[in-house]
Ligand binder design. Structure first.
Ligand code: NAD
Length: 322
């Protein structure tokens, strides 16, 4: 698992361990945190390797599946490191595809709804090619993922690799860093601190929010399916950014003001997955209501421990139960 110390990756590590798998997590800790994996430190079937996938990914022994979740994912993270984001999506993806080829392993790419850019088709179906500015500020992320999808497809066609592409839409849940700049943790942080809640523009742009357990279930089903994708994994319940702010303010009992800040360049105006394909081929659809998911997230943000400043390899220890 590349990127297993991140938000989504740490949940996927936990899920695979609970299913009885052994997991090797490779992560450079650029946006991920060691404390996301603290509960796995004593787990015999889990190993952490502090490594950048752009440099190398050599892993000894058999590997059944390579899951590529390594990439900065929040806009503040990829805007701060555009070159690293592009190299991770290109050279890092190549290195992981080569690993899968050498090991005869399945390969899962965590792609993104950002490949649709600021979409002109709504809701977004997998056959839509997208509307992306190749030199805009978001291009380091969007084009890295589009290249990663193309390279994954080329390995499938050239080398017969068993690949799967998941196009993940906005996911939220416990384990997100309160300061990582994404909408849900930002609104929670501001609401809980009684600070103004900042909405870009008029807040009428839409998003669809999927609870992390549902996204992980979709990824696991895709990994174990015979379908290569791309498959949209997201919640088709669409709501405005302003509405999300209102819901989080009500849920936290906050008296924060909701204020408008300048719109980000190339910020998508709408975002909503068509999940017919995932429902048909994976039997998957999200099961968690927004309110239930946000309550679980709120509880985790309140009790979140401080991040550990120095990355070191985690020890190998006891087996993990579900
Ligand atoms: P995250 O930033 O929390 O996790 C990404 C992880 O990748 C981090 O642990 C980071 O340290 C690691 N990483 C980055 N570059 C690396 C490199 N070169 N070598 C090794 N490790 C590296 O982000 P996330 O939300 O957990 O997203 C995980 C994946 O899912 C990403 O690929 C992202 O593009 C995709 N995705 C996430 C969402 C979402 O809403 N969370 C939506 C769409 C797609």
């Amino acid at each position: 698992m590349a990127g297993g110390a991140g938000f989504l990756g740490s949940h996927l590590c936990r899920r695979l361990l609970a299913d009885g798998c052994s997991v090797i997590c490779v992560d450079n800790l650029s946006t991920g945190r060691r404390n996301n994996l603290e509960d796995l430190a004593a787990c015999r079937n889990f190993r952490f390797v502090h490594r950048d996938i752009v440099e190398e990914v050599g892993i000894h022994g058999d590997v059944e599946a390579v899951c590529n979740l390594a990439s900065p994912a929040s806009p503040s993270a990829y805007l701060a490191r555009p070159v690293a984001t592009l190299l991770t999506g290109s050279i890092g993806t190549r290195n992981l595809l080569e690993l899968a080829r050498q090991k005869g392993a399945r390969y899962l790419l965590a792609s993104t709804s950002e490949v649709y850019g600021d979409p002109q088709v709504h809701p977004q179906t997998e056959d839509y090619w997208g509307h992306v500015n190749p030199i805009g500020p978001r291009s380091s992320y969007d084009e890295a993922k589009r290249f990663a999808e193309a390279l994954t497809t080329a390995y499938r066609e050239t080398h017969g690799l068993d690949t799967k592409i998941a196009r993940i839409f906005n996911t939220y849940g416990p384990g997100m860093q309160a300061d990582d700049g994404r909408m849900v943790p930002t609104f929670f942080r501001q609401a809980l601190a009684g600070e103004p809640m900042t909405v870009h523009g008029d807040g009428q742009q839409t998003r669809s929010l999927c609870f992390v357990d549902d996204t992980v279930e979709g990824l696991v089903r895709l990994l174990r399916s015979s379908h290569c994708g791309p498959v949209n994994i997201g919640n088709p319940h669409e709501l405005s950014v302003r509405r999300v702010a209102d819901v989080i303010r009500d849920l936290t009992g906050s008296r924060s003001q909701i204020i408008s800040t300048p719109r980000m360049v190339d910020d998508p105006k709408v975002r909503c997955p068509d999940i017919s394909l995932a429902t048909e081929v994976l039997g998957w659809r999200p099961a968690t209501s927004l309110e239930a998911g946000l309550r679980i997230t709120a509880a985790s943000l309140v009790r979140k421990p401080r991040p550990s400043p120095t990355p070191t390899a985690l020890p190998v220890g006891q087996p993990c139960g579900p």
